[in-house]
Design a protein. Structure first.
Length: 389
């Protein structure tokens, strides 16, 4: 039986859960509704896809460097506060952006500040989970709850109103992130004794590179969903509040997954869970390419628990079990660079071109990407089921 968290552990868990919730409250507005704000400014699908791709590409260029700085200095909370402030100021600047060039610059700036926020936060949660017997999945589920609440609320707020409100809905949780960051606990002292591994040393681990590459394909396969699902569903005659329900139904399933994540990982190896995520992605994208009825879409969206939630949970467990704690944030950022960076950037860029030409049939390409990821994960599971550095 897992010991109960100490008083200090419970306090750390609450503060970490609060910050995670605010991060995903921001994402809960950005992912479904930021494309509407951009479309309202007169941008077409390829331009929207480009801006989304530019933002997440900064996770490749900037994220690992910032995360390594957090590992070296143990200044996770301070760095998260500065990065949150940078993102907030970047989105405030959108109020004055009147040209496409300005939007490109701001996408890069906001993407750079956002690049390491989630990897550093994940690292901090995992470090405290190891010391205070906290359950990563139970803390992370508060992010899913916040995503659900903000997505659903934003859908109701935006119904019949101008998409220009989307920017203000993003600024609110960003401001609260700036306030909450100083309350975050520092990394446990025991996890900061050894020097972190260089980024180059981690990149020489074949299992890490191949696993991150396969995961990147799963993330990339979400490109059409995150970039154009809201626009596609509107074209099917689905109202904004029902679109909010479609997004939140997936997150409800994700919350359930994170609630039982620790128990699930006692029955399945992390790589087995990752393979299940890739296969569920194939089913989800094939369904979204053909189903137009609201009830059917609602059922398919519940697969979000596996297509996204399971791959994230599997990766956190695989990396945490395989790598030393002093390299935690750096490893998380490399995974984020591959998945949320290269994966999402490639997925968004391809989605912009594919959806502009083929509409909902663009999901078929996404299914092919997820299928390729499944094949690679089978190989990784056979060669490196439980590596240790």
């Amino acid at each position: 039986m897992t010991p109960a968290p100490t008083i200090d552990g419970r306090r750390a868990g609450r503060r970490l859960a609060l910050f995670v919730a605010l991060v995903f409250a921001t994402v809960g507005v950005y992912l479904p509704y930021w494309p509407l704000w951009l479309a309202d400014r007169g941008l077409d699908e390829p331009a929207i896809g480009l801006l989304l791709a530019l933002g997440v590409s900064m996770r490749v260029l900037v994220g690992p460097l910032l995360a390594r700085a957090a590992d070296r200095r143990g200044a996770h909370a301070r760095l998260l506060g500065l990065l949150s402030l940078g993102v907030l100021l970047g989105y405030i600047a959108h109020l004055a952006a009147t040209t496409f060039t300005a939007l490109v610059v701001l996408a890069l700036v906001c993407g750079a500040f956002w690049a390491a926020i989630m990897p550093i936060c994940d690292s901090l949660v995992l470090l405290h989970a190891g010391v205070h017997d906290l359950d990563y999945g139970r803390i992370r589920r508060w992010g899913s709850v916040a995503f659900l609440v903000t997505t659903l609320s934003a859908g109701f707020i935006l119904r019949g109103r101008s998409p220009s409100l989307v920017l203000w809905l993003i600024l609110t949780p960003l401001a609260l992130m700036v306030v909450a960051a100083p309350l975050l606990p520092s990394p446990p002292r025991s996890d900061r004794r050894a020097a972190p591994r260089p980024i180059s040393a981690l990149l020489r681990l074949p299992w890490l590179v191949i696993f991150c590459g396969a995961s990147a394909l799963v993330y990339a396969s979400h490109g059409v969903l995150y970039g154009f699902a809201t626009i596609h569903w509107r074209s099917l005659g689905i109202s904004e509040d029902r679109i909010g329900l479609l997004w939140t139904s997936g997150v409800l399933a994700e919350i359930a997954l994170f609630s039982v994540g620790a128990r699930l990982l006692t029955r399945l190896r992390p790589l087995q869970l990752a393979l299940l995520a890739a296969l569920a992605s194939v089913v989800r994208w094939l369904g979204l390419a053909t189903v137009t009825a609201f009830a059917g879409l609602l059922a398919l969206q519940s697969l979000h628990a596996l297509s996204f939630g399971a791959i994230h949970l599997a990766a956190m467990a695989y990396l945490h079990r395989s790598l030393p704690p002093e390299s935690s944030a750096t490893a998380q950022s490399l995974f984020a660079a591959a998945t949320s960076g290269l994966g999402f950037a490639g997925g968004f860029f391809a989605a912009g071109a594919l959806y502009g030409r083929h509409g909902g049939d663009a999901y078929l390409t996404m299914a092919a990407l997820a299928g390729a990821a499944a094949l690679i994960l089978v190989v990784v599971d056979r060669r490196w089921p439980a590596p240790r550095l």
